[in-house]
Design a protein around this ligand. Structure first.
Ligand SMILES: C[S@@+](CC[C@H](N)C(=O)[O-])C[C@H]1O[C@@H](n2cnc3c(N)ncnc32)[C@H](O)[C@@H]1O
Length: 265
């Protein structure tokens, strides 16, 4: 039987056309950091990118010779990534793109390195144990997991500010963002994507999203409960909020993993 195609609109669909442009506007300093996440992929590794977006990081890792599995809920984000793969036979052989979302997904095989780059913000803290158990089920013994967006606090939010803009020909693509607190560990973000030509508004799209904050200690505790040992990352040491978004790096020892680890033999 043919799989059912979901037609629901994902909030990231509205961001997809702007995503790489706004990353380019910030240059090599754009977060999530491509160099940070790519640096943990050893050659010949089988790599899992959870929330791959347009493949900024996945393609950099695939260009090193690795095979990368990309899980991404947004059809528009996947479409941008697939369009990039259309132009390279070599990368098309190494990069697999599938619809899916944390905290629960089920992929074939085991991976040597997994990462969530810019994704933890979309998961509430109570989903971390389920997420880490899911990740454990997909990793080999000794595998590495990298995360960012750990630490920081919602504070009192901020009024509308320009996140970034970039010219393409005579058009300008821009993102403005306003944030208001929701409880103690989340912000409601109002994201306004706009396209202008000669100062005239051609297109405007508003997206409302909740951004969740994760305490470094609670996240480390959940990683250790799942069988990981935390070996580094700015979230373990930096004053908050860390400039790189707050990273954690962990390795998996299946002997210390719980029920999820027991499935991987
Ligand atoms: C800030 S973007 C980061 C994209 C990419 N990882 C990068 O670093 O360029 C966040 C991505 O996470 C995806 N996402 C949101 N919720 C998710 C979930 N529950 N599971 C997996 N990915 C999710 C979004 O669709 C979006 O593509």
């Amino acid at each position: 039987m043919t799989a059912v195609t979901r037609t629901d609109h994902d909030p990231s669909d509205s961001a997809a056309a702007y995503y790489d442009l706004l990353a380019a506007a910030h240059g090599p300093a754009a977060l999530p950091s491509v160099s940070y996440f790519a640096s943990h992929a050893r050659r010949t590794d089988r790599v899992l990118d959870i929330g791959a977006g347009t493949g900024r990081i996945a393609l950099a890792i695939a260009e090193q010779g690795n095979r990368v599995y990309c899980v991404e809920p947004s059809a528009a984000m996947r479409a941008v990534l697939l369009a990039k793969l259309a132009t390279s036979t070599a990368l098309r052989d190494r990069v697999t793109v599938v619809p899916g979302a944390a905290p629960v997904f089920d992929l074939p095989g085991r991976f040597d390195y997994a990462y969530l780059a810019g994704v933890m913000q979309y998961l509430p803290g109570e989903n971390r144990p389920l997420l880490f158990d899911t990740v454990v089920r997909h990793l080999r013994h000794g595998a590495t997991l990298a995360l960012d967006m750990i630490g920081g606090a919602p504070g009192s939010g901020w009024p509308t500010e320009l996140v970034g803009d970039i010219a393409v020909g005579e058009s300008t693509y821009a993102l403005h963002c306003e944030a208001t607190p929701v409880g103690l560990s989340a912000l409601r973000m109002t994201l306004d994507y706009s396209t202008t030509l000669d100062g005239r508004l051609l297109s405007a799209t508003r997206v409302e999203r909740v951004r969740h904050f994760h305490s470094p200690q609670d996240t480390v505790d959940d990683l250790e409960a799942a069988g990981f040992t935390v070996i580094g990352g700015s979230a373990t040491t930096a004053a908050e909020p860390p400039a790189d978004g707050g990273t954690l790096l962990a390795t998996l020892d299946h002997r210390h993993a719980g029920a999820a680890g027991a499935l991987v033999r």
